[in-house]
Design a protein around this ligand. Structure first.
Ligand SMILES: *[C@@H]1O[C@H](CO)[C@@H](O)[C@H](O)[C@H]1NC(C)=O
Ligand SMILES: *[C@@H]1O[C@H](CO)[C@@H](O)[C@H](O)[C@H]1NC(C)=O
Ligand SMILES: *[C@@H]1O[C@H](CO)[C@@H](O)[C@H](O)[C@H]1NC(C)=O
Length: 343
């Protein structure tokens, strides 16, 4: 989602692949992430905060940006979610240049939330929410991008519950460059010794599922390679008229499914797997129907759709139209109770 400056958020996602049903008899607090009802591997929420105030770099903690709240993770894990996407800013964690060194202050915050989420048995997705830009310039230095990822991945190489998301929503770039950046990230992450983790790759055109084919990004993204064979294609899809995720209305009660059909066919034809890394709709009857229909469709195609993540949670959303923050977020109270069968 492109958020208008103050709203850039971070998300952590956690998931547990195959927790035995017997764990349902264990008290929630004791078992951490519980067995979910759906067929999905990953279900969760984007947990914004650390990417907020991105117009102010590096920015100050608790003024420009913040970190997701532990108690929110506990609550959402209690609902069955197992994946949290944590948006961060590339410039805040490595400020001087792509090949530079880590800022320990910001990294400490990232490490804290990642450790907390994964300690719950959930997945933490590290999501540089940079849209393929570094200090507002399109990243063309693939070697530098690889170096950035090598530095970060080395820190998490022993935590198999971490997921690396190469970048949020590349857009208005050459399709070839987007694929090259994804490949450079994969190469950097694996070179750092992080060989067990999933890598989420994103495409051009805001990684929109509905534009996956028409934008041409699929043609270049199809040939990414990974020695660990753990690439998952992360696509985003909102259900409003321009697909930007900015209004409460959804186009129709079947719009989500319709917008995923072409990408689903591509995934099947090419033997790829995907995650819907951002989705949302307003807290109203039509959007709830559209979300339910879309998630049913994804569940019917769970051989290629590994899960979904809601946009968005985090402590600073206030009365945001898609707010998933407990206890009173608009979607937390108005949408979540209607879609729990898909968690
Ligand atoms: C409960 O789940 C954990 C993983 O979260 C697993 O290691 C453990 O074996 C499970 N316990 C039972 C009784 O199934
Ligand atoms: C490191 O991060 C902290 C917290 O975000 C910030 O206050 C500080 O200015 C940063 N240092 C550099 C060199 O960017
Ligand atoms: C996650 O956060 C980013 C940054 O704020 C936003 O662009 C994106 O739409 C969010 N995704 C979800 C699913 O909330």
């Amino acid at each position: 989602m492109r958020i208008i400056d103050f709203l850039l958020g971070a998300v952590a996602v956690t998931s547990v692949l195959a927790v035995p049903v017997a764990n349902n008899t264990i008290p929630c607090e004791a078992r951490g992430v519980q067995r979910r009802k759906s067929k999905f591997t990953f279900t969760g929420v984007n947990e914004s905060g650390a990417e907020f105030g991105n117009g102010n770099l590096p920015g100050q903690l608790n003024k420009d940006y913040t970190w997701p709240v532990h108690s929110t993770i506990d609550t959402l894990v209690g609902k069955g979610f197992n994946t949290f996407r944590i948006p961060i800013m590339m410039e805040r964690v490595i400020p001087t240049k792509l090949t530079g060194t880590i800022n320990d202050t910001y990294f400490q915050g990232l490490n804290d939330i990642v450790t907390y989420v994964t300690g719950k048995g959930a997945y933490a997705i590290i999501d540089p929410h940079n849209f393929g830009r570094y200090y507002s310039n399109v990243i063309t230095d693939t070697a530098g991008f690889k170096a950035w990822w090598t530095t970060i991945a080395a820190k998490f190489k022993d935590n198999s519950k971490v997921i690396f998301d190469t970048n949020n929503e590349y857009h208005d770039m050459d399709n070839t460059l987007v694929a090259q950046l994804n490949q450079a990230a994969i190469n950097g992450i694996r070179a750092a010794g992080a060989t067990s983790q999933y890598i989420f790759v994103e495409g051009n055109s805001w990684s929109g599922a509905w534009h996956w084919i028409s934008s041409g990004t699929a043609t270049d993204m199809v040939s990414l390679t990974d020695p660990s064979n753990k690439i998952i294609y992360e696509m985003h899809q909102y259900l409003d008229s321009d697909g930007s995720g900015t209004v409460t209305e959804c186009v129709s009660s079947t719009i989500g499914r319709e917008r995923l059909i072409e990408a689903t066919a591509w995934l099947k034809a090419n033997n790829k797997k995907a995650i819907l890394g951002e989705t949302a709709g307003g807290a109203n009857t039509q959007c709830i129907s559209a979300l339910t229909d879309m998630l049913s469709y994804m569940s019917d195609n769970a051989d290629v759709w590994t899960g979904w993540l809601w946009w968005g949670g985090g402590p600073w959303w206030g009365d945001y139209i898609y707010g998933m923050e407990p206890p009173s977020g608009t979607a937390y109270t108005g949408v979540l109770p209607s879609i729990t069968q898909f968690i």
